[in-house]
Design a binder for this molecule. Structure first.
Ligand code: ADP
Ligand code: MG
Length: 326
């Protein structure tokens, strides 16, 4: 199967938002009056972001999910995306599975594939998403103010727990492993929550490299500091019961490692004035995802992580840094 057959068969689809989709030299996309385009790219590389034997449908889902997560973090509504794909070979079954996972998530968010590039090479997937947000209303990293509450959506740490188990560092019961793997391989972009938080959150980002490190980006961009409650964050892992059961074999440190510095969560971390607590919870209800208050923004620079008694946590929980580990 040639490059053009492959594109036609799997990636050429009718478009609705875009003026022109796949098939010409460029796609055409016009933002509506009063709207700004929100644009983001994320690349997934075999061996670095996923294992070679990952289910292609899950990979298609994740490749788009991590991009939609960036739109969510800005409070932008997804419109369209492009797909640049390097494939070792034109394996129809593999590409079919990949396209199915990718396009199912795209359709669920009304985000249409409008172009891309296909080449032979080591497996590499780069997606660029385009969203729209009313001019001036995008949620940015720079708006956190002293006194704001800090929140996280959904659950934190399960993806990292899955990774630790898949690398053979810890052993998990089968059912728990499957649930955790689902969080790693099929993350849920919090698009509805991002939209609901427009006009409420003072800053936001999506947690991809680990909570403490990502929160650090908000603090630096906003010129503030914060105290984070590790007692609250430790409750956010779906696999809580595995850590608290009396015969648990998991290292005690792993709970904080996963929740504070796990990576691959794709939840939203955001701040909002304390006067907007009810509005935040109402936004969460509308979006159908729980949000939990996990800390407070302060004027003093730096991030202080404390336990349930307000005592500083002994260990440092650095998040994942791609170049730090090379
Ligand atoms: P060009 O030679 O102008 O770069 P290509 O031959 O690479 O064009 O692509 C032809 C058309 O197919 C273009 O509209 C391009 O956007 C689209 N396309 C190529 N690869 C993909 C892909 N993986 N997914 C979606 N569209 C693609
Ligand atoms: Mg091209």
């Amino acid at each position: 199967m040639g490059e053009f057959d492959l594109i036609r068969r799997f990636f050429q689809r009718p478009v609705h938002h875009a003026a022109l989709g796949v098939g010409d030299d460029c796609a055409l996309l016009a933002p509506r009056p009063g709207m700004q385009l929100a644009i983001s790219s994320d690349m997934l590389v075999e061996g670095r972001h996923f294992f070679a034997d990952v289910d292609p449908a899950a990979l298609g889902h994740k490749a788009l999910a991590v991009n939609l997560s960036d739109l969510a973090a800005c409070g932008a509504r997804p419109l369209a995306f492009t797909l640049a794909l390097a494939l070792p070979r034109a394996d129809e079954a593999w590409v079919g599975g990949f396209a199915q996972g990718l396009l199912a998530l795209a359709d669920a968010h009304g985000c249409e594939l409008i172009g891309g590039d296909t080449t032979q090479g080591p497996l590499n997937i780069c997606i660029t998403v385009f969203g729209e947000v009313p001019a001036g209303q995008a949620l940015l990293r720079s708006g956190a103010r002293p006194g704001d509450d800090i929140y996280a959506s959904g659950t934190l740490g399960d993806a990292r727990l899955a990774l630790e188990a898949m690398l053979g560092h810890v052993a998990l019961p089968l059912e728990a492993l499957q649930a955790a793997r689902r969080r790693l391989e099929r993350p849920t972009p919090r698009v509805a929550l991002g939209l609901a938080l427009r006009g409420i959150a003072s800053s936001a980002l999506d947690v991809s490299d680990g909570l403490t490190g990502d929160l650090g980006h908000i603090l630096r961009a906003s010129g503030v500091g914060a105290t984070l409650d590790a007692q609250a964050t430790s409750q956010l892992i779906a696999a809580r019961a595995l850590f608290t059961s009396p015969d648990s074999s998991l290292p005690p440190d792993l709970l904080h490692q996963c929740t504070l510095a796990g990576g691959d969560d794709y939840e939203l971390a955001f701040t909002a004035p304390a006067s907007r607590r009810e509005a935040v919870q109402e936004a969460a209800r509308r979006a159908g995802v729980p949000v939990t208050r996990i800390g407070t923004v302060e004027g003093t620079p730096g991030l202080r992580v404390v336990d349930g008694n307000g005592q500083p946590l002994a260990a440092r929980y650095a998040s994942f840094d791609h170049f730090g580990s090379i």
